[in-house]
Write a protein that binds this ligand. Structure first.
Ligand code: 7RM
Length: 652
């Protein structure tokens, strides 16, 4: 573990704009005012267990729990003694009323094909798949790897696992054979579900070929189910590989759900740690499901008539929580899109919103910055008037991008929920509640009811308003991770031993005079320039506020004089080229926005930044490049390897 010096991240940027929710939005919202929200938060703070117990009435239980919380630091159990089934909660409970015939899934393939599954259709498909998995020997407690494109069958497979009490491990379809192999082996998955391929920018991503490669060194897998999506040629290994269609066609369309314990592991999901070795975050059934369901209501204000679209791939946690479990537990209609945002052209997302009249749209700041770069004309080609609420997740959103989202996509009418959470937290912890919270561009605003977030020093003492520090959570919450698969020690060390008595998020933050949280970036990325400890977010925000800059990443390079020198990697708007004059202009701009001490020492122009597959900038790699390191360590989570090669080519 990196040792964090007694942290004091200095906060250097000021943002004063404030946007109250429109009266019309508040009037129709589930939570209609700040007074109502504050009452809920107060109730939760005074009696957390009573509060969550009341919330738990929103789930359907096969057997009621006898105790709300069992907190044996750092091990937690929620809703002790209760039994339920996640697929029952996401499907069957909606079949008794009019939701039976409601669209659960509106799916759009990249080539333009589309499918709609009602809740009843989803029920039948999930039952067939559950029976199919059973026929392959999958039992409660077994692990199933899912390596699929963004197609309805991926959701069906997840829910089918849940139905029979199997724990799924979804591996993002963009991962390589090696990355897939490591994840399968760590999970010791018995069965792997995949497809011949998936569409991405008109090309076929050959998933089955990667699976074949991975399974050469993954002895735990004895069966592989293959969905025909693209029709590309695949090798089928006799005795191991079965076609999805052939397996499912032979099954009955009903399947009794298995009643599992509240704490039964619903899924594991791998996230890359700082050391590179992926860790399998384990989520429970009851606590997780309750937390995603409650945030669908509080944060997304979900209504029966809404069409909800979260653009995240199901290979990462946002897809699990806000394409699958959250919306379906709420009985909502979700949009799911298979391909790239620029296939066939840069307006694909806007075309989809117009086509299905999407009401709630949830995406990542990295995507928003890309849309800005592509130009407003792509947006203006489409009627986005159906949108009533916008959301972001994944990174701090710089105020520039927030304002663009607000004006160009939201037509200044839609509240923006900037939602802070992590794979480990399971669901959203800090976010505006759209009918209540006035928003400030760049702030995730306040913790949700029942969430005890704080900003503290390394010793665990709360810091004052507007002082930077460690973002921590002081009490357990239902959706929190339960352990790291096969590595309980790492769970303890990484999250509960950095700062005494609390959950450490690894993010730096400050809390302003209104109790609003401003996430300043990962603590490991803090840059120490002549004793000033700078969060990456603020330097990057300052750069992006310059009209020539599309995206920026700030890192430190060892420097004898200053401790660290500030190195900024910058991509420019449109076709603009960088030169020394612009370099000087950008240095001055940051100096003016933040202060002379924060003037970047080096500005490097690049056509792209290295990012993870979920769009987060990989500052660790940039740090190494800035320092001139030759070996870059683990790069398996990198989205586009060629970015690195290009970055190193134009090293100064
Ligand atoms: C959901 C997800 C978690 C990390 C987290 C932060 C960053 C996420 C925001 C954010 C500022 C946000 N899971 N992060 N959301 N930073 N504002 N609204 O992203 O496990 O992949 O990443 O992402 O650093 O710790 S994750």
């Amino acid at each position: 573990m990196p040792d964090h010096p007694a942290i004091d991240i200095e906060s250097v940027l000021k943002e004063d704009r404030k946007f109250p929710p429109a009266a019309e939005f508040s009037r129709r919202a589930l939570i209609k005012s700040m007074a109502e929200l504050e009452a809920l938060s107060r109730r939760a703070a005074e009696d957390p267990e009573g509060f969550w117990k009341e919330c738990a009435g929103e789930l359907f239980w096969f057997k009621p729990f006898t105790k709300v919380l069992d907190w044996n630091f750092p091990w937690v159990k929620w809703f002790v003694g209760g039994e339920l089934n996640a697929s029952y909660n996401c499907i069957d409970r909606h079949l008794a009323g009019p939701r039976r015939n409601k669209a659960a899934l509106i799916w759009e393939g990249e080539p333009g094909d589309s499918r709609i599954l009602t809740y009843q259709m989803l029920a039948s498909e999930v039952a067939r798949c559950a029976n199919g998995l059973r026929s392959l020997g999958v039992k409660a407690g077994d692990l199933v790897a899912i390596y699929m494109p963004m197609v309805p069958e991926a959701v069906i497979a997840m829910l089918a696992c849940a139905r029979i009490g199997a724990t799924h491990s979804v591996v993002f379809g963009g991962f390589s054979a090696d990355a897939l192999r490591d994840r399968i082996n760590d999970a010791e998955a018995k069965v792997c579900i995949t497809a011949d391929g998936g569409w991405r920018r008109g090309q076929i991503v050959e998933l089955k070929r990667n699976v074949d490669e991975a399974l050469k060194e993954a002895p735990s897998v004895h069966k592989c189910v293959v969905l025909k999506r693209c029709g590309n040629h695949v090798e089928m290994r006799a005795g191991r590989d079965v076609w999805w269609d052939e397996l499912m066609d032979a099954q009955k369309a009903v399947c009794e759900p298995v009643s599992v314990d509240s704490e039964h592991p619903l899924y594991t999901l791998y996230t890359s740690g700082t050391t590179g070795k992926p860790k399998g975050v384990v989520h429970s059934t009851a606590g997780y499901l309750l937390h995603v369901l409650m945030t669908m209501k509080w944060v997304f204000d979900i209504k029966d008539e809404d069409i909800f679209w979260c653009t995240a791939d199901i290979g990462w946690v946002t897809g699990h929580s806000y394409t699958v479990y959250g919306p379906l537990a709420a009985g909502a209609t979700v949009v799911m899109y298979e391909g790239a945002p620029n296939a066939p052209a840069n307006d694909r997302f806007w075309q989809i919103i117009e086509k299905y009249r999407v009401n709630i749209f949830y995406t990542a700041p990295t995507a928003i910055r890309t849309f800005i770069k592509w130009g407003d004309e792509w947006v203006h080609k489409h009627d986005l008037s159906s949108l009533r609420l916008l959301g972001t997740v994944g990174e701090p959103i710089n105020p520039e991008a927030w304002m663009w989202y607000h004006k160009v996509i939201g037509r200044e009418k839609c509240p923006i929920v900037d939602t802070w959470w992590q794979t480990e937290t399971g669901a959203i912890l800090i976010s505006p509640v759209p009918g209540a919270t006035p928003t400030k561009p760049g702030s995730a605003t306040r913790p949700l009811p029942g969430i005890a977030a704080d900003v503290v020093t390394r010793e665990g003492t709360s810091v004052g308003p507007n002082q930077g520090g460690f973002l921590v959570i002081k009490r357990p919450w239902p959706g929190m991770l339960r352990t790291i698969f096969h590595d309980p020690d790492r769970y303890k060390k990484q999250y509960f031993e950095q700062i005494p008595g609390v959950y450490t998020t690894g993010d730096g933050a400050r809390c302003d005079e209104d109790g609003y949280f401003w996430i300043m970036g990962r603590v490991d990325d803090v840059i120490n320039v002549s004793g000033h400890r700078l969060g990456t977010m603020e330097v990057e925000s300052a750069l992006v506020s310059h009209p020539a800059v599309a995206e920026a990443a700030a890192v430190g390079r060892p420097d004898d004089l200053k401790g660290q020198a500030l190195v900024c990697f910058v991509t420019l708007e449109g076709r603009r080229k960088g030169d020394d004059r612009l370099r000087e202009e950008l240095r001055n701009h940051v100096g003016k926005e933040i202060g002379a001490f924060a003037r970047p020492d080096t500005i490097r122009f690049t056509d792209a930044l290295p990012k993870t597959r979920s769009g987060k900038i990989m500052r660790r790699l940039l740090r190494q490049i800035a320092a001139g390191d030759q070996a870059l360590g683990d790069t398996t989570t990198l989205e586009d390897l060629s970015v690195l090669a290009r970055l190193r080519e134009d090293e100064e």
